[in-house]
Design a binder for this molecule. Structure first.
Ligand SMILES: *Cc1c(COP(=O)(O)O)cnc(C)c1O
Length: 465
């Protein structure tokens, strides 16, 4: 069992602060300490054995983004009179994102967007806009309809904004939502229908034209969650790769979220949420015109924001350009395809979903979490899935290095052998990542949330010596 509660390995190496130091430390000293931690933590993903999370992977790119960030890190995007640069960065980030997702094909609205702090934040803003729209038409409890595979941020939005949540099962064979089920789930309370391009577990792309058609017929908008896949899918030839249209070219798609801090290759802390029509976007605006502190207004949920993140995101997009993104998308697709081939070549494993950038697999023969244990011992860090128990690797920049696919194929084959020798014994990593044996029950849910609470407490507490 890994020690879930040892979230603080630096205790023995660096002084542990439990209060504010009386005297400040020299810059060099502080930077040396930061370097030590950063270099060590970067080795975790540098070899290309870590799923997702680090999307570009080239240290020079990150150094460049750091330079861009530095120029504006201290400026506040709320005070546009002091930093009209923020208006330029944000406007151009949105123009570029709207271009990628074919807002130019929209004839029934005026496309617009928001730059937010991340995928969850983009989804929250979109759901808030749909809630306001539904409330305005008199719906008492606006509801989100989403496939089970759509991101938990939609459940978070329902939780935070007092919305209903209707979860639709997906077809286990394809991992996709059934448009007929979407049609049946829509009622007078439905504020929005969600579809993914692609979803997190399998990277698969819901049948968005069909979903949008049944939703539009019932007068309901569709949010496409392209947080993960948008900046890959937007640069692949859909027709050639069997990827259905998923963006504003599809009538009835009323908003799209796409993360600049994932495959957009920006710094962590930015995402875009795009709307077919500005009237829906503007439902996120907030005003307090009669406050003693002056007239307050903000475009979304945040107050102050760093212009540095906008500058770095803009810098990432303009240095990559269409060619840079397309080259990376093609390389990612090629690598993912090679890894999927490797999975197909190993008896006992079964691929899940169909994605140009995620490799997801389960086993009907061995405990996939034994496979995960063996992969972890070999330095791999895949993500664990449940219902069914499975693993996935989202292919990113670090996997594009020579030798990674071959290492994946060899280590995976060895890991399946390891698992075959351990049938009937519990796997170590299933405790943390796997589904509950015998199915999910309320009691299991309570136990799991209590363990998760302890983990979060351990990760968000003042340090002990
Ligand atoms: C990562 C992800 C999100 C949420 O993004 P955060 O940036 O982690 O808040 C939403 N949808 C999908 C499909 C994702 O993979």
């Amino acid at each position: 069992m890994p020690d879930l509660f040892d979230s603080y390995p630096y205790r023995d190496r660096f002084p542990v602060l439990q209060d504010l130091p009386a005297e400040g430390r020299p810059h060099d000293d502080v930077l040396a300490e930061l370097d030590a931690m950063a270099h060590e933590e970067d080795t975790v993903w540098a070899s290309g054995q870590c799923s997702g999370t680090i999307y570009h992977g080239d240290p020079e790119h990150y150094a460049f983004l750091g330079e861009a960030f530095t120029r504006f890190s201290h400026a506040n995007a709320l005070q546009r009179d002091m930093c009209p640069s923020a208006t330029r960065f944000e406007g151009e980030i949105l123009a570029m994102a709207l271009d990628i997702f074919h807002a130019d094909s929209v004839s029934d609205g005026k496309p617009a967007g928001l730059v937010t702090s991340g995928g969850t934040d983009s989804i929250l803003h979109a759901m808030l806009c749909y809630r306001e729209q539904a409330l305005a038409r008199g719906v008492a409890r606006p509801t989100i309809v989403k496939p089970e595979t759509a991101h938990p941020a939609f459940a978070k939005a329902a939780h935070l904004f007092g919305m209903g949540l209707r979860v639709l099962p997906v077809d286990p064979a394809t991992t996709l939502v059934d448009p007929a089920a979407v049609a049946a789930a829509i009622d007078e309370d439905t504020a929005v229908v969600v579809a993914s391009a692609g979803n997190y577990p399998y990277g698969s792309i819901d049948p968005i034209p069909e979903v949008a058609a049944v939703a539009a017929e019932r007068g309901v908008g569709v949010h496409v969650d392209g947080c993960l896949g948008g900046f890959v899918l937007g640069f692949l030839d859909g027709a050639a790769h069997g990827i259905p249209p998923f963006d504003f070219r599809v009538p009835g798609v009323t908003s799209v979220s796409a993360d600049t801090h994932k495959y957009g290759y920006g710094l962590k802390g930015t995402s875009t949420v795009l709307f077919r029509d500005i009237a829906l976007r503007n439902r996120a605006y907030f005003f307090v015109p009669d406050w003693s502190g002056g007239k307050y207004f903000s475009p979304g949920m945040a107050g102050s924001r760093s212009v540095g993140l906008l500058a770095a995101t803009w810098a990432a997009m303009v240095t990559l350009g269409r060619q840079g993104y397309a080259a990376r998308a093609a390389a990612i697709h090629e690598t993912a395809t090679a890894m999927q081939e490797a999975v197909r070549g190993i008896p006992g494993l079964r691929l899940l979903g169909n994605s140009p950038f995620v490799v997801a697999f389960t086993s009907d023969d061995v405990d996939i979490y034994h496979v995960n244990d063996a992969l972890r011992a070999r330095g791999w860090r895949l993500n664990g899935l449940q219902y069914p128990d499975a693993l996935h690797l989202a292919v990113t920049g670090p996997q594009l290095q020579d030798g990674v696919v071959a290492r994946f194929a060899a280590d995976l084959a060895a890991a399946v052998e390891y698992a075959a020798a351990r049938r009937g014994t519990p796997a170590v990593s299933s405790a943390l990542y796997g589904g509950v044996p015998g199915g999910f029950t309320p009691a299991a849910g309570m136990f799991i949330t209590s363990v998760m609470t302890q983990m979060m407490d351990a990760q968000h507490s003042v340090p002990t010596t």
